[in-house]
Write a protein that binds this ligand. Structure first.
Ligand SMILES: [Zn+2]
Length: 589
């Protein structure tokens, strides 16, 4: 057998598939790729005798040399239209020292090409894929499963198919959730599969939860047949697919025990930071590969549900822009995260947020791979060593323009002296360990608007003569009200004292009582309210505050409001102190 010039473009375009029989391709250069777990792989420059392509990955224990003629029996085309990869999975060396033609044309996916004089494959029936956008060409050639065990590629799935079967890896699995709706109680779980062509979100309800929850495990390769596809709900779906899948009574899922090397562990569609900043809206999901420029300390916030949640901010950078980006980890992932400046990190499905510029959040559906060593990671490593590590990055992600770091632990006098905020409109955010030393009890409680049509309002109500309460904002009279807190209190540490406003939830957290209970106390006779408030004096806590300079009657005033409060975690606080002490240690010359 010999080469068929013009075969490579057909392979990339999936006009030739393994079902058409083996192809013959010649090795020009092969080198070993860095191992990222799994199988040993080579990166190859290959040719069909006419075109040459560097976009090949060969899964093998052997080494290949220039002139090795490969008989390739099984392969996969993976990636996206920007970067299609020919992944060679089963081959033998048919001949060694085969002459390499001298005049070869470099070819990349998307380039024009001449087909071989004699077509190596019969023309195929094309299946239209209505509604599908943004996925690579060539997908029309995947077929439903046949007797020889071929599967449809995930990216070809549409709601217009009756029967299908895919083989894919479970790359993410969510927890079992229970819910209540008009039909009664139910349960569900969702997971994501990826076969290298695309990822797909799959949901299971009730009976299907019982059937499949234990079969579906992160990392496993499974075959799945016959679920129901529908357009995805983009708000809750981080996949690249246009559709999502719900399992039904006809669905089968089976674990595949062997022969899974063709299913990659995880595929990425990286976007440079510059593109995320300019093009991506809040709520979008993106894959990002970047260098860690700073690892923030662990921090605790109080959620709306009243629970404490750990968070950690990272500052990430890449070679696309001089702007850095904040990337936040949550919960156990934030606690366990261990990396340092200069490490390359890949994140699958981070969600885009907007807070003092674009930010990223690594949620439960996201995945992080540290020291990411594929092409992207290697490129960034080189950039970081040569240029990035000495570059100055701009942006709000970590250090503010005033020199202070966001959420840095500070002493109160530095805020009061204005060292860390500016007189322009920018607020300064800080954390401080301090004591509550004085609470203004007068006018602390007010009667807030209950709101209409389920809309929250909370505006201060005016008491009418007829016993009703009037909200000017809602333009309505109410019989009832909600007690609300607006507490002015002095906070003090070893270096200073500052008045701070605590609204609503932060006040409830620090006082440890809901507003309505406090309101009842406030309204009742006797000293109960005063006594209770007095017990809170000298309470020690972490204040997450926002300081801003405001002009009031031609005078500058520093306004400080509590954004969050937290109990002191002495373990974390001790570590923070220790790291600050290190700054005072003499540096080696
Ligand atoms: Zn109102």
């Amino acid at each position: 057998m010999s080469l068929t010039p013009g075969t490579l473009p057909l392979i990339f375009n999936k006009e030739v598939t393994p079902a058409d029989g083996p192809v013959y391709i010649l090795t020009i250069v092969c080198r070993e790729l860095n191992k990222t777990g799994g199988n040993r792989r080579l990166r190859g420059k290959l040719t069909d005798g006419k075109y040459e392509s560097q976009m090949s990955v060969i899964v093998t224990d052997k080494n290949l040399e220039k002139g090795d003629l490969l008989k390739i029996k099984h392969w996969n085309i993976t990636g996206n239209s920007d970067k299609m990869l020919f992944q060679v999975e089963d081959f033998e060396v048919e001949k060694k020292s085969f002459p390499v033609p001298k005049t070869l044309k470099g070819w990349r996916y998307g380039d024009a090409f001449e087909k071989p004089a004699k077509s190596v494959s019969a023309p195929k029936k094309k299946v239209a894929v209505p509604g599908a956008t943004g996925v690579a060409r060539g997908k029309e050639n995947a077929k439903p499963q046949t007797a020889d065990g071929r599967y449809m590629s995930v990216m070809t799935l549409t709601p217009y198919m009756n029967k299908w079967c895919i083989k894919a890896r479970v790359v993410q699995k969510g927890p079992l959730k229970e819910y209540q709706n008009a039909k009664g109680a139910g349960k569900l779980f969702a997971f994501t599969v990826d076969d290298g062509t695309c990822n797909l979100k799959i949901s299971a309800f009730n009976d299907e939860v019982d059937k499949f929850f234990n079969i579906v495990e992160k990392g496993k390769v499974v075959t799945i047949s016959n679920g129901q596809l529908k357009p995805k709900n983009a708000q809750y779906n981080s996949t690249n697919h246009d559709y999502e899948c719900t399992l039904g009574r006809m669905t089968t899922i089976e674990e595949v025990m062997d022969d899974c090397d063709d299913i990659p562990q995880m595929t990425f569609n990286f976007e440079p930071i510059s593109k995320i900043i300019s093009d991506r809206a809040k709520g979008a999901f993106v894959d990002v590969c970047a260098v860690i420029n700073e690892v923030g300390a662990i921090d605790t916030i109080n959620t709306r549900a009243g629970k404490q949640l750990e968070k950690r901010d990272l500052e990430i950078v890449d070679d696309s822009t001089k702007e850095k980006m904040r990337c936040t980890l949550w919960g156990q992932q934030a606690v366990d995260f261990s990396a340092s400046r200069g490490q390359v990190m890949a994140v699958k499905a981070a969600s885009v947020g907007e807070f003092q510029g674009k930010t990223l959040s690594v949620g439960r559906d996201s995945e992080i791979i540290l020291d990411f060593a594929e092409d992207h990671g290697q490129k960034l490593n080189v950039w970081w060593t040569q240029e990035g590590q000495d570059a100055a990055f701009e942006g709000q992600s970590g250090a503010g323009s005033s020199g202070g770091k966001r959420n840095e632990m500070v002493l109160l006098d530095s805020i009061m002296q204005g060292a860390n905020y500016q007189t322009d409109d920018k607020p300064y955010w800080f954390n401080s360990k301090c004591y509550l030393t004085y609470i203004k009890k007068e006018r602390m409680m007010y009667k807030g608007c209950p709101g209409k049509d389920d809309q929250k309002c909370n505006k201060k109500l005016i008491e009418e003569d007829d016993g009703m309460y009037r909200c000017e904002k809602c333009n309505q009279n109410f019989q009832n009200f909600n007690y609300r807190i607006m507490m002015q209190a002095a906070v003090t540490d070893g270096r200073g004292q500052q008045y701070c406003t605590f609204f609503g939830e932060t006040a409830e957290q620090i006082l440890g009582k809901p507003a309505d209970e406090l309101g009842e106390m406030f309204n009742s006779d006797g000293n109960e309210f005063d006594d209770f408030i007095n017990t809170k004096s000298c309470l020690e806590f972490i204040l997450g505050g926002r300081a801003k300079c405001e002009i009031y009657q031609d005078e500058q005033r520093l306004k400080v409001a509590a954004q969050r409060v937290a109990q002191i975690d002495f373990n974390k606080y001790g570590l923070d102190l220790a790291s600050r002490l290190q700054e005072f240690e003499p540096k080696a010359a």
